[in-house]
Design a protein around this ligand. Structure first.
Ligand code: PEP
Ligand code: MN
Length: 294
């Protein structure tokens, strides 16, 4: 895989212009300047940063049967890793909040049944040990990107972390959040762009594709893209996925539901398994770096 060039001083300055020291990026351990080689982060036998990794599964785990069915369909479609939420960060306290520990158990069971490693979100410090027991990769959601106490605690677990970009976080703030994990002793960090908040409301968020290309230059850490939360619309997910791979993303995190219309959360952005299968097949057929299995 060709290595992106180190950032020139102008690019590095643009990304942290709010920092007092303009000579070096404030995110030292995350910076490519001090670590020119791209990092490969391993989680549950999957390598991030060595070809396209596809993570897929439902937004929320709805039952044991549901996650097993989801796992089988994404595995058959060619996914590398299974996702599913047990602790859900919802905008409204009246919305479904996730089924908690029993959902974690079902997720791990579905992962074992299909041979897929699993990723799931941890919402609070008190759940870190419990989630670490079941998850191969622990997700920090967009809303928690700057929860520094949670970052510090996750740094101590040494379990690989998927760090989503906050909806209003600058690239510098995102890389500084990664720095908390790295400085706390956990080098296993995968970044995830999932769209940022802009004036535009026609899509759920605005997918910052140039930001992905920039972070690949600024940092040695693998970067994946979540086209589901970035767009909010299943019809846009294939196009956003292709674009993400084209700008150099190391992977995709895609919400897939056996029956999107019946999903307990995020059905509008969830792909039908057949659409997902066609997308994975298309992306795996791309040449060179787009193919993790090549
Ligand atoms: C999710 O991946 O389930 C999720 C809630 O995403 P985000 O934190 O990006 O909103
Ligand atoms: Mn979701």
């Amino acid at each position: 895989m060709p290595r992106p060039p180190a950032p020139g001083p102008r690019i590095a300055r643009a990304a942290h212009s709010e920092a007092a020291d303009q000579s070096a990026p404030p995110f030292r351990l995350a910076s490519r300047q001090f670590h020119p080689e791209s990092s490969v982060v391993r989680a549950g036998g999957i390598s991030f940063g060595a070809g396209l990794v596809v993570i897929a599964g439902p937004c929320s785990i709805e039952s044991r049967r549901h996650i097993l069915e989801s796992a089988r369909s994404v595995k058959a479609a060619g996914a590398d890793m299974l996702r599913g939420g047990a602790y859900k960060p919802r905008t409204s306290p009246y919305d479904f909040q996730g089924l908690g520990e029993k959902a974690l158990r079902w997720l791990a069971e579905a992962g074992e049944a299909t041979g897929l490693p699993v990723v799931t979100e941890v919402l609070s410090q008190e759940d870190v040990e419990r989630v670490a027991e079941y998850a191969d990769l622990i997700q920090i959601g967009a809303r928690n990107m700057q929860n520094t106490a949670l970052l510090r605690k996750l740094a101590r677990t040494k379990r690989p972390v998927l760090l989503k970009r906050g909806p209003s976080a600058t690239i510098s703030e995102w890389l500084l959040a990664a720095e908390y994990l790295l400085a706390g002793g956990n080098p296993n960090v995968v970044l995830c762009e999932r769209g940022i908040r802009t004036f535009e409301t026609a899509t759920r968020n605005t997918l910052d594709l140039a930001g992905v290309a920039l972070v690949k230059r600024l940092s040695h850490l693998p970067v994946i893209v979540d086209p589901s939360h970035a767009t909010g619309l299943a019809a846009l997910v294939p196009a956003a996925s292709r674009a993400a791979v084209a700008v150099g993303a190391d992977g995709l995190l895609i919400e897939v539901h056996p029956r999107p219309a019946e999903a307990w959360s995020d059905g509008a952005q969830s792909l039908d398994p057949r659409v997902f299968a066609a997308l994975v097949q298309e992306l795996r057929a791309w040449p060179a770096r787009a193919n993790a299995h090549a």
